[in-house]
Design a protein around this ligand. Structure first.
Ligand SMILES: *Cc1c(COP(=O)(O)O)cnc(C)c1O
Length: 420
C-alpha cells in the first residue's frame, strides 16, 4: 500500500520511490518500538501544508515578523487545546523535539555547572536527564538514580537520600524504558524537600495521560515536558507545560534562548493531534494500548520470558533475554528480518555493553493504532518467541515464515495515514 505523491514523483522519482518503500515497510511490518506510532491522515496532511513557508519568531501577538494573521490563530489553537487536554495553565508548543524541549528547561532553571538529577540512561532514563555523553551531562553536573536490582522498581528512599545529599536544582522523572507507573507525588515530595524544580518528562506516556490510562503529573510537577509523536500520536515535536508561575521562564528559554522560528506546519499538526486526543475514541485507544501491553506481557511470561519488573503498567515491556542466551541485538536484528520491528536495549544492571546489551524493548502504541486487540497478543508473543529461538539457531527459513504470517495479519489491519 503506497499513497499517491504526484508532484514528488514527477520532480524527484528517486526520493518518491524511497517514500513509497518506507510506506510499504510501515504497512507490512509489526512495529513494536514503543516510542513510535502512526499519525492519522489528518495529522499527516496538516504537517505537509504551506504553513511550512512562514517565519514567526516570537509568540502569538508578539512576533518579530509581519503577516501573522493566520499563524497566530494556529498557534493559539494548539496552545488552547494543550491546556484543555492536560488541564494546565500554560503550554508552549514550539520546541522542535523532546531533546530541545528538555534543554530549554535547563536554560530556564539552572546555570552551567549546576547539579541536576535524573534517572540513569542504562536504568531507563533519557540522555537529556543529565547523562554524560549528552550536553546536559557535559554542561551540568548530572547525578543519577536507578531502579532496585531485585524489583526493577525505583527505590524512593534512595532517590530522597541522593537528592538531599546532592541538592539538585532540577529533578527529572520519567524515561524511555520504564514499564511501570511513575509515582509523581513521591517525586514531588522529594523535590519539595530539597528545593528542586520537578520536571515530569512524559514523552512516552503523554497519550496515556491524555486518555486517562496513566495518572497525570498535574499538579505534582512544576514543569511537564513531552514529545508529541509517541503515544500522543501527533507529528514529531514537543511541548512544555506548567503553571502560570513558570510560563515566562519557559517561553524565554525556548525563544529567544534556544530556538529561532517555530515549525508552524508542526504546530498545526500538533493542534490536530490534540483535537483527536480529546475525543472519546482516544480514551478507548489509550486504554487499549495498556490492555494490549498487559496481555502481551502475560503471553510472554507464559512462554518463559523474563520481563524487567515482572510485567508492565503502561505501553512498554522491557525483555531481558539473558535466560534465552540470545543477545538483544542478535534478537532485534533477527526479528527485523521476521517483519517485527523492535529495538535492542540495556536492562538495569546489564552485564553486557550498551551497544550490545541483554534486552529488547517493545510496546503496543503502533499495533493498537492499527486496531489489534488483546485477542491478537498471543500470536504476537508467539512470533517473538519463535523469532528469538530462530535468532539463536540462525534459522532464516523460520524468520521468513514469520514475516509472511505477520504481513498477512497486517494487511487485514491497515494503518492510519496509510489506509487511504
Ligand atoms: C523520546 C524522549 C525524549 C526525546 O525526544 P526527541 O524528540 O527524540 O528528542 C526525551 N525524553 C524522553 C523521556 C523520551 O522518551
Amino acid at each position: 500500500m503506497t499513497l499517491p505523491h504526484p508532484a514528488l514523483s514527477a520532480t524527484d522519482p528517486e526520493l518518491a520511490a524511497l517514500v513509497g518503500a518506507e510506506e510499504q515497510l510501515q504497512a507490512e511490518t509489526l512495529r513494536l518500538i514503543p516510542s513510535e506510532n502512526y499519525v492519522s491522515a489528518a495529522v499527516l496532511e496538516a504537517s505537509g501544508t504551506v504553513l511550512q513557508n512562514k517565519y514567526s519568531e516570537g509568540y502569538a501577538g508578539r512576533r518579530y515578523y509581519e503577516g501573522q494573521q493566520v499563524i497566530d490563530q494556529v498557534e493559539r489553537l494548539a496552545v488552547a487545546r494543550a491546556k484543555a487536554l492536560f488541564g494546565v495553565e500554560h503550554a508552549n508548543v514550539q520546541p522542535y523535539s523532546g531533546s530541545p524541549a528538555n534543554l530549554a528547561v535547563y536554560l530556564a532553571f539552572a546555570e552551567p555547572g549546576d547539579t541536576v538529577m535524573g534517572m540513569a540512561l542504562p536504568m531507563g532514563g533519557h540522555l537529556t536527564h543529565g547523562w554524560g555523553v549528552s550536553a546536559t551531562g557535559k554542561w551540568f553536573r548530572g547525578v543519577q538514580y536507578g531502579v532496585r536490582q531485585d524489583t526493577g522498581l525505583i527505590d524512593f528512599d534512595e532517590v530522597r537520600e541522593l537528592a538531599l545529599k546532592e541538592r539538585p536544582k532540577i529533578i527529572f522523572c520519567g524515561g524511555t524504558a520504564l514499564p511501570r507507573t511513575i509515582d509523581f507525588p513521591a517525586f514531588a515530595e522529594i523535590a519539595r524537600e530539597c528545593g528542586a524544580v520537578l520536571v515530569a518528562d512524559v514523552a512516552h506516556i503523554a497519550g496515556l495521560i491524555a486518555g486517562g490510562a496513566h495518572p497525570s503529573p498535574v499538579p505534582h510537577a512544576d514543569v511537564i515536558s513531552t514529545t508529541t509523536h509517541k503515544t500522543l500520536r501527533g507529528p514529531r515535536g514537543a511541548m512544555l507545560m506548567s503553571r502560570e508561575e513558570h510560563a515566562k521562564a519557559l517561553d524565554k528559554a525556548v525563544f529567544p534562548g534556544l530556538q529561532g522560528g517555530p515549525h508552524n506546519q508542526t504546530t498545526a499538526a500538533i493542534a490536530v493531534a490534540l483535537h483527536e486526543a480529546s475525543q472519546p475514541s482516544f480514551r478507548t485507544y489509550a486504554q487499549s494500548v495498556v490492555a494490549n501491553a498487559r496481555a502481551l506481557a502475560e503471553a510472554l511470561l507464559d512462554r518463559g520470558f523474563d520481563l524487567v519488573s515482572g510485567g508492565t503498567d503502561n505501553h512498554l515491556i522491557l525483555m531481558d533475554l539473558t535466560p534465552k542466551e540470545v543477545p538483544g541485538k542478535v534478537a532485534a536484528k533477527a526479528l527485523d528480518r521476521a517483519g517485527i520491528v523492535v529495538n535492542y536495549n540495556t536492562v538495569p544492571y546489564d552485564p553486557r555493553k550498551p551497544f550490545d546489551p541483554s534486552g529488547i524493548r517493545i510496546g503496543t502504541p503502533s499495533l493498537t493504532s492499527r486496531g489489534l486487540g488483546t485477542e491478537h497478543m498471543a500470536a504476537v508473543a508467539d512470533w517473538i518467541d519463535r523469532g528469538v529461538t530462530a535468532a539463536g539457531k540462525e534459522d532464516e527459513q523460520a524468520l521468513a515464515t514469520i514475516r509472511s504470517e505477520v504481513a498477512e495479519l497486517m494487511s487485514a489491519h491497515p494503518a492510519p495515514g496509510l489506509a487511504g
